[in-house]
Design a protein around this ligand. Structure first.
Ligand code: NPW
Ligand code: K
Length: 503
């Protein structure tokens, strides 16, 4: 069994793909069927977590997730746990494996309750109501069970996925079990990792049920891991000079939003770009950043004329004026790698000519929308984006011929070859002003330092979240975490990853 943080680059499959894998595996003769393995793994994990908590409530649903729970119940009973099994479904309609598990439970002397008994104090709960087969809103019977468990405020071990959560989207079907631990089987599912998934799953553990990961079919989706993202980093040659480290140009900073461009610039500088230029649109734009005088400030039109810029970031505090539009047009028609955020995305959403210009770019474009910006790009609501974060990011990537980072819990990085990644780092401290500006500056810095656009994007997304996590672990958030703090911590982490220094 692996915890999420210990996983190597790990495939993520949607429910339909998991079902196909299960069907293939079911045809292969093994001494112990998958459900027996899943139930045993759950019972063993329960034993590890709750060895001194003998009274357990086990909720059994109408499908194979319920079958897993019945197997776990049988093992836990044999290890002298006091087990109460609640099954409100129709035994006649159980799928064959789950029906067998029910019979084995009864053969072992187990009994079934059709509702949660009153006046019993349980130590912990096993949630085996629904797994990847849930595809519609919970009806009242199950809704009541879920709410009742959530009110108990006990440790809850969810099997495969917390019941009520959509395993593809991470959205609850009206309600979902709030688990403290989720033991997922065979492989990761996106719903555990994005949208509301992290809120409902608690600690995520994976049990591959003895199936070697190499034997699973190739997946388009993967979990982003530190090992993978830092493989792109190398120490600098000793004979290093700033020209080798590239230069980033930032377009933005209209009236009242100069800070956004400065944050992007500082992030680019502190993530290692050799030179950083900022072209600000504000009427009374500062001539120098007093706190960071290394940044070179100029008029935005002048920025686009500078020779030798390696990479452009357009959007932080750009605004939507005619001047902003003209500058964005010029940026898109340049042949430089281009990161687009915030108002650059909003302008593209309302100017189809810009969108088609973007589609036809020869060099890399990286779009970093939050769900509302993604909704504007696709002409739909924020809610619709959140219902299918992966699908939405992939559609934008394909339509705009771009790399897309759909921000929010479990950020999605989507590519035009239809591959996608979910980022596990980050926390609610990142929901504050300027964090997006910092991310765009980081990507710019890494592209300027010659990382491939894909590597630069994946590394930046992971680093941005990891820096926030590190700060929170030291008590600097999530409340009041600032974008400036994230920049400094990201610098420390990058140095640590490249040079192995504890900073
Ligand atoms: N297959 C295997 O080899 C292995 C599977 N494994 C385990 O099986 C899980 C998947 O099992 P599953 O496909 O049976 O789906 P599951 O999540 O139990 O629920 C489906 C049931 O719920 C019902 N239902 C749906 N919505 C409902 C609603 N709103 N309100 C009420 N009922 C509703 C639905 O009814 P129907 O829609 O058919 O009317 C159906 O009866 C997987 O997550 C893993 O835990 C592991 O053991 C490894 C081996
Ligand atoms: K479950």
């Amino acid at each position: 069994m692996n915890t999420l943080s210990s996983l190597l680059p790990s495939p993520i499959y949607r429910a339909q793909e998991i079902k196909l894998i299960e069907e293939t595996l079911a045809k292969q003769p093994t001494p112990l069927g998958l459900m027996e393995k899943a139930g045993l793994a759950a019972a063993e994990f329960g034993l590890e977590l709750f060895i001194d908590k003998p009274v357990v409530l086990i909720l059994v649903g109408p499908g194979n997730n319920g079958g897993d729970a019945l197997v776990a119940a049988r093992y836990l009973k044999s290890w002298f746990y006091q087990v109460t099994v609640v099954f409100t479904g129709n035994a006649e309609k159980l799928p064959p494996d789950a029906a067998k598990s029910l019979q084995s439970w009864k053969d072992a002397g187990g009994t079934i309750h059709d509702s949660i008994p009153d006046n019993v104090q349980w130590d912990w709960v096993v949630d085996g109501l629904f797994g990847i087969g849930l595809a519609r809103d919970l009806d009242k019977r199950y809704l009541d069970l879920v709410k009742r468990v959530n009110q108990m405020q006990l440790p809850v071990l969810a099997l495969d996925i917390p019941s009520g959560l959509d395993s593809d989207s991470g959205q609850p079907f009206r309600a979902a079990i709030r688990a403290t631990h989720t033991l997922t089987f065979l492989a990761l599912k996106p719903g555990l990792l994005t949208a509301y998934g992290p809120d409902y799953c608690g600690e995520i553990h994976l049990d591959q049920l003895g199936i070697e990961p190499e034997t699973l079919p190739p997946s388009k989706g993967n979990l982003l891991t530190q090992k993978q993202v830092i493989s792109a980093l190398k120490p600098r040659p000793l004979n290093s000079h700033k020209g080798m480290l590239g230069s980033v140009g930032i377009l933005g900073g209209a009236n009242t939003m100069t800070g956004a461009a400065l944050l992007a610039g500082r992030a680019a500088l502190k993530c290692g770009a050799g030179l950083v230029y900022i072209g600000m649109l504000a009427d009374s734009a500062p001539a120098v950043d007093i706190q960071q005088p290394e940044l070179m400030l100029c008029a935005p039109e002048q920025l686009l004329e500078i020779e030798g810029i390696s990479c452009l970031v357009a959007g932080p505090g750009l605004g939507q004026s005619d001047r902003a539009l003209a500058l964005l047009q010029n940026a898109i028609s340049s042949d430089l790698p281009l990161i687009l955020d915030a108002d650059a995305l909003n302008l593209i959403a309302v100017h189809p000519d810009l969108a088609s210009q973007l589609q036809n770019r020869k060099s890399a474009s990286i779009l970093t929308p939050h769900p509302a910006e993604a909704g504007r790009l696709l002409g739909c609501s924020n809610h619709e984006i959140q219902q299918d974060r992966i699908g939405s990011a992939l559609v934008i990537a394909s339509r705009q011929n771009s790399i897309v980072v759909l921000k929010g819990a479990g950020s999605i990085c989507a590519f035009t070859d239809e591959t996608w990644y979910i980022n596990p780092t980050g926390n609610p401290g990142l929901s504050s002003a300027g964090m997006g500006d910092v991310l765009s500056g980081m990507i710019g810095a890494l592209i300027a330092q010659k990382l491939k656009p894909k590597q630069a994007t994946l590394l930046s997304v992971y680093l941005h979240g990891a820096a926030a996590d590190k700060l929170v672990s030291r008590g600097f958030g999530p409340i009041g975490l600032t974008a400036s703090e994230v920049i400094d911590e990201a610098k420390h982490l990058l140095n640590n990853w490249v040079y192995g220094k504890n900073s």
